[in-house]
Design a protein around this ligand. Structure first.
Ligand code: NAI
Length: 341
């Protein structure tokens, strides 16, 4: 039995993500939670003839607690998205308290071994926030909490394909690891490792423009939607990809993904990653980072730290820049929970 709950299920990402999860034949139950319209979205989805049993909840009548009953995986796209001219960090003020309250709900009512996938921005701060809440409640397991950065990989794969149309690349088969964080300069795509054969073909200008597009691709969508929100459909696709890898762990399947995680000593490879980030990139306070990881039945089984040394010269410079920004974002998230502002 696998039960997935989606918090913020009636939103732009939430609705499409709920649809994709409802179509997954490995899911037995899907619980939708939102402060508005969850029952409407739930009623609609409940007419689809796939296996997952639907339930939907609003905050009243203990909705949050009920949505978490026997839930194995919680995915969180709750909060507000960007408008033109806003950075992800600008969302902090509004989203921080939403995420804190939801994390407290998970800590209070969730199963101790629930997997938690955080989509809400700014991911660089919201993930440390959730971890701090779970630590406070003494229910934290670093193998089971991730920030969703999958859209950065999806974009890297697709934008590379679009840059080299004559090569007829199947972008669904690429795996460009994107490490660091999930905002602007903290997004570091490692094309030299993910697809060296194509990357070699690009001029310096093409490489720069490709990397810039991956780092700021979200702005293209925000601008095109003219105030009506940020990426929702591509994000739902990316969010589902990571969610489905977690769902597959219940069938003892192992997957390779990239996600923003705490570099906690309990994770194989995390200590090594922290050491390299500190010694090579000057990030002595960095304890969260997006890295490739192996997902298995207990969650994160292993972190690929070697990639931090395999990056080419330009990518190494980018990691150094990312680390500086990331440190501030992480501290901001932690301080919000400890009450220091
Ligand atoms: P949206 O505004 O369409 O949907 C958000 C939903 O969250 C709404 O239905 C709202 O009612 C709900 N919500 C608000 N407070 C809540 C609470 N306390 N409990 C439960 N639900 C609550 O926004 P959209 O476009 O779906 O984006 C959601 C979040 O995802 C934003 O923070 C956005 O920045 C982020 N995002 C993250 C990406 C990533 O790569 N990780 C990519 C794109 C967006």
């Amino acid at each position: 039995m696998v039960k997935v709950a989606i918090f913020g299920a009636a939103g732009g990402i939430g609705q499409s993500l709920s649809l994709l999860v409802k179509l997954d034949q490995n899911v037995d139950e899907l619980a939708l939670y939102d402060v508005v319209n969850a029952p409407g979205v739930g009623q609609d989805l409940s007419h689809i003839n796939t296996k997952a049993k639907l339930s939907s909840y609003l905050p009243e009548n203990d909705g949050l607690a009920k949505s978490l009953e026997n839930t194995d995986i919680v995915v969180i796209p709750a909060g507000v998205p960007r408008k033109p001219g806003m950075t992800r960090d600008d969302l902090f003020k509004i989203n921080a308290s939403i995420i804190r309250d939801l994390a407290e709900g998970i800590a209070t009512y969730g199963k101790k071994d629930v997997f938690i996938l955080v989509i809400s921005n700014p991911v660089n701060s919201t993930v440390p926030m959730v971890a701090e809440v779970l630590k406070k409640f003494k229910v934290y397991n670093p193998k089971r909490l991730v920030g969703v950065t999958t859209l950065d990989l999806v974009r890297s794969n697709e934008f590379l394909k679009q840059m080299l149309p004559e090569d007829k690349i199947d972008s669904s088969n690429l795996f460009v690891p994107v490490i660091g964080g999930h905002s602007g300069d903290t997004i570091v795509p490692l094309f030299s490792i993910g697809c060296p054969e194509y990357y070699k073909k690009l001029s310096t200008e093409q490489r720069e423009s490709l990397i810039h597009r991956v780092q700021y691709g979200g702005d293209e969508v925000v601008k095109a939607k003219k105030g009506m929100g940020s990426a929702t459909l591509s994000m739902a696709y990316a969010g589902y990809r990571l969610t489905s890898s977690f769902i597959k762990t219940f069938k003892n399947e192992v997957s390779k993904e990239v996600a923003f995680i705490e570099l906690n000593d309990q994770l194989k490879g995390a200590k090594e990653a922290k050491k390299i980030i500190s010694e090579k990139y000057g990030g002595s306070h960095i304890d969260y980072f997006a890295l490739p990881l192996i997902l298995g039945k207990d969650g994160i089984e292993e972190v690929d730290y070697k990639i931090l040394e395999q990056a080419d010269e330009k990518e190494q410079e980018m990691i150094e820049i990312a680390v500086k920004q990331l440190e501030k974002n992480i501290v901001k998230g932690k301080n919000f929970i400890s009450g220091i502002e």
